[in-house]
Design a protein around this ligand. Structure first.
Ligand SMILES: Nc1ncnc2c1ncn2[C@@H]1O[C@H](COP(=O)(O)OP(=O)(O)OP(=O)(O)O)[C@@H](O)[C@H]1O
Ligand SMILES: [Mg+2]
Length: 417
C-alpha cells in the first residue's frame, strides 16, 4: 500500500503535464512541479490560490460564471477538443494552454483535477505548418500555372514546327519542281544545240564546196557555172539565217520579248513580197501560185510575224515536196480574219502523227531522210497564240498537205492598233 502511494506520488511529481487539484472548483489544493513550472510559480506559492489567478484578467469574470455553471453539472472534459484557452503566468505574460477537467468527490467535498499542457510550442509549430502549407499551396499553384503555360507553349511550338516543316517541304517541292523544269529546259536546249549544229554543217559544207569550185572556174566562159554556185551559196546562207532566226525567235518568244506590233498592210502586196524573198530557196522547178480571194485587201497585222509564219510554212511545203511541184498560196479576208492557205503536193503527213506536229522537235517518221529540226511548226503555233490566231491542217500521205492560218483583226475605229 505504501509502495502504491509512493508510485502515485511519483506519477504526480514527475508527470510532464501540469496537474492542479481545486477544491470547490476554485481553491488550489494540490499542484505538481510541472504545473508550477508552467506558471513560473513555486508549488508553495500556488497552494491556496484561487484558480482565476492563473487566468488573464479580462477573462476572469467569464471564467467564474463558467465555473459556477460547471459546479451545477460537473462532467469530465477531455483534452484535445481544439479549444485554445489562455493562462496567466506569474510575470503576467499569457500563453496558450489545453486543459482537461475531471470532477470527483471525497467526504462530501467537491474537487476537480485539471491537467494542463502549455501548447505555445505546438501552436507555433501549427502556425508554421499552416504557413508552410500555404506556401506549398502557392508553389503548387505556381507550378501548375507554369505547367499549363509550358504545355501551351509546347503546343504552340509544335504547331510552329509543323508549319515550318510544311513550309520546308513546300519549298523543297518547289525547288525540286524548279530543278525538274530547269533540267527539262536544259535537255531541250542541248538537244536543240546538237540538232542545230548538225543542221548548220550541211549548208556550211555546201558554201565551202561552192566557194572552192568558184575559185577553180577562172575562165570567162565558166560564168554560168560560177552563177550556179553563187546561187547555191545564197540558198545555203538563207537556210542558215532561217535556222538562226528560228533559234533566236524561239528564245525570244519564250521570254515574252516578242511583242505583237500590228500595222495596216495591203495583203496581196505583202504576200507577193514574201513570196519573192522565199523563191530562191525553192527546189528546182517548184513554183508558187498565189491568189487573193477577197475584194478586201487591207488588214491589220504584224507584218514581220506574218512573214516568219509564212517562211516556215512555205519552206516546209517546198522541203517536203519533190522538184517541179507547185505550191499554192491563197489569201482571204473574211469575218474579221486574215486567212492564208499554203498547199503543197508533197509527201503528206501520216494521220496518226498529225496531232503531234506542232510539238517542239517533233518530226514525222516519213521525213527521216530530209533535214530538219522539228521546230518550225512549234514556232508557228507560238506566233499564232501571240495573235489569238489558229492553224488548221489537212494532209494525206503521199498526196500533199494544206496548212491554213486564221489571224483575227479588228478593222474599226476602236482598234487603233
Ligand atoms: N508541208 C509538209 N509536208 C509534209 N510534212 C510536213 C510538212 N510540214 C511539216 N511537216 C512535218 O512536220 C514536221 C515538223 O515540221 P517543222 O517545220 O516543225 O520541222 P522541220 O521542218 O522538220 O524542221 P525545221 O525546224 O527546220 O522547220 C516535219 O518534220 C514534217 O514531218
Ligand atoms: Mg520546217
Amino acid at each position: 500500500m505504501l509502495n502504491e502511494l509512493k508510485l502515485i506520488e511519483a506519477i504526480f511529481d514527475y508527470s510532464t503535464e501540469g496537474i492542479i487539484v481545486c477544491k470547490n472548483y476554485s481553491e488550489i489544493v494540490m499542484v505538481n512541479p510541472s504545473a508550477a513550472k508552467i506558471f513560473h510559480y513555486t508549488t508553495d506559492e500556488m497552494m491556496g490560490m484561487e484558480i482565476e489567478t492563473l487566468i488573464p484578467k479580462e477573462k476572469r469574470d467569464v471564467h467564474k460564471q463558467v465555473r459556477n455553471n460547471y459546479a451545477h453539472q460537473p462532467v469530465a472534459r477531455p483534452m484535445g477538443k481544439n479549444m485554445v484557452l489562455y493562462a496567466l503566468r506569474k510575470d503576467h505574460t499569457t500563453f496558450p494552454v489545453e486543459i482537461s477537467l475531471s470532477p470527483f468527490e471525497i467526504n462530501g467535498n467537491k474537487y476537480v483535477v485539471c491537467f494542463i499542457i502549455d501548447i505555445t510550442e505546438r501552436l507555433s509549430t501549427e502556425e508554421k505548418l499552416k504557413e508552410y502549407t500555404e506556401i506549398l499551396k502557392r508553389k503548387n499553384e505556381e507550378i501548375s500555372y507554369l505547367n499549363h503555360a509550358l504545355e501551351s507553349k509546347v503546343k504552340e511550338r509544335t504547331k510552329e514546327l509543323a508549319r515550318v516543316v510544311y513550309e520546308l517541304s513546300q519549298s523543297k517541292n518547289e525547288l525540286s519542281q524548279a530543278l525538274e523544269k530547269e533540267k527539262a529546259l536544259n535537255e531541250i536546249k542541248s538537244r536543240f544545240v546538237s540538232t542545230a549544229s548538225h543542221e548548220f554543217r550541211t549548208p556550211l559544207g555546201t558554201i565551202l564546196s561552192s566557194i572552192s569550185l568558184i575559185q577553180r572556174y577562172t575562165k570567162t566562159e565558166e560564168q554560168e557555172k560560177r552563177e550556179k554556185h553563187i546561187q547555191r551559196i545564197k540558198t545555203a546562207v538563207v537556210h542558215l539565217t532561217e535556222m538562226l532566226n528560228d533559234f533566236l525567235s524561239l528564245d525570244k518568244l519564250e521570254e515574252g520579248i516578242i511583242r505583237y506590233k500590228p500595222n495596216v498592210i495591203i495583203v496581196p502586196d505583202a504576200l507577193r513580197q514574201i513570196i519573192e524573198e522565199i523563191t530562191p530557196i525553192l527546189k528546182k522547178g517548184q513554183h508558187i501560185v498565189y491568189k487573193h480571194l477577197s475584194d478586201l485587201t487591207q488588214c491589220i497585222v504584224d507584218a514581220q510575224i506574218l512573214k516568219n509564219i509564212l517562211f516556215n510554212l512555205i519552206s516546209n511545203a517546198s522541203k517536203y515536196s519533190d522538184e517541179g511541184k507547185p505550191i499554192v498560196i491563197e489569201s482571204n479576208i473574211a469575218e474579221n480574219n486574215l486567212i492564208i492557205l499554203v498547199k503543197d503536193e508533197g509527201c503528206g503527213i501520216p494521220e496518226e502523227e498529225q496531232e503531234f506536229l506542232f510539238t517542239r522537235f517533233f518530226r514525222a517518221n516519213n521525213v527521216n531522210n530530209i533535214q530538219g529540226t522539228g521546230l518550225g511548226l512549234n514556232i508557228v503555233k507560238k506566233y499564232l497564240e501571240l495573235m489569238n490566231g489558229k492553224v488548221k491542217l489537212k494532209s494525206k500521205l503521199n498526196e500533199g498537205s494544206t496548212f491554213t492560218i486564221y489571224i483575227p483583226f479588228y478593222f474599226n475605229e476602236k482598234s487603233k492598233l
